[in-house]
Design a protein. Structure first.
Length: 213
């Protein structure tokens, strides 16, 4: 089963993808996490991607598509978190899956207004070591600014600064929102009210997927 999580920055895609992938044994493929790791390791891809990510723009399609292809083609059950993000990426994904006589099965759309997004991104803290994601108000670590899992000091993502967040929202509306129509026409879209709590959303997604995995 191939599942896509679609929605604006900070809507909660990564949080839900982590929970669901552990529980239902799907592979979590986050293009954002993969790109951040490439930047940190200063790989050729990371060096190219950094300037786009710092500005809140999308990394060029061809770089992202090649990166996803390696991860997805052989996997049976996958959650794609943050991919596809352009029509070109959506079409490339269908092409790569059709070679294995497969297709995207379900697309969850995380719907949420800008006010919530700003609050969520300004309070987000992440663990630079294990990738765990927290929120200082909605999902705080047990000890102040320290990762529950590995004890590392939490950081704020560079692109969660206000002006970059504004750019990422604009990019979402201009380049990604058209995928809503694309998947709606294919009858694959499931709309979620992403303002709900982490637990409520988790139950809703699990219910929609449980019979299929
Ligand atoms: P990426 O890392 O994919 O960022 P994003 O899509 O902007 O999504 P976020 O990670 O910001 O948010 P999220 O929806 O996962 O929310 P989260 O669960 O963390 O991409 C970063 C950059 O990489 C892009 O700008 C681009 O440059 C590049 N890139 C990535 N993919 C690409 C692609 N396909 N093509 C081209 N370029 C690409 O939650 C946010 C906060 O809210 C957290 O603190 C969390 O604890 C909290 N929270 C979550 N759910 C709830 C809830 N229900 N209630 C209260 N708080 C909640
Ligand atoms: Zn950690």
């Amino acid at each position: 089963m191939i599942v896509v999580f679609l929605g604006p920055p900070g809507a909660g895609k990564g949080t839900q993808a982590k929970l669901i992938s552990q529980e239902l044994k799907l592979k979590h493929v986050s293009t954002g996490d993969m790109l951040r790791s490439a930047v940190e390791k200063q790989t050729p891809l990371g060096l190219k991607a950094k300037e786009y990510m710092d500005r809140g723009e999308l990394v060029p399609d061809e770089l992202v598509i090649a990166m996803v292809e390696e991860e997805v083609s052989q996997e049976e059950n996958v959650i794609l978190d943050g991919f596809p993000r352009t029509l070109q990426q959506a079409k490339a994904l269908e092409n790569m899956l059709s070679r294995y006589h497969r297709s995207v099965d379900k697309v969850f759309l995380f719907e949420i207004g800008d006010d919530y997004i700003v609050e969520r991104l300004s309070g987000r803290r992440t663990c630079p070591k294990c990738g765990a994601v927290y929120h200082m108000k909605f999902n705080p670590p047990k000890e102040d600014e320290i990762c529950d899992i590995c004890g590392t000091k939490l950081i704020q993502r560079e692109d969660d600064k206000e002006e970059v967040v504004r750019k990422r929202l604009e990019v979402y509306r201009k380049q990604t929102a058209e995928l809503i129509d694309f998947y709606e026409k294919e009858n694959k879209l499931i709309r979620l009210d992403a303002r709900k709590s982490i637990e409520e959303l988790h139950e809703e997604i699990k219910k929609a997927l449980k019979d299929e995995c």
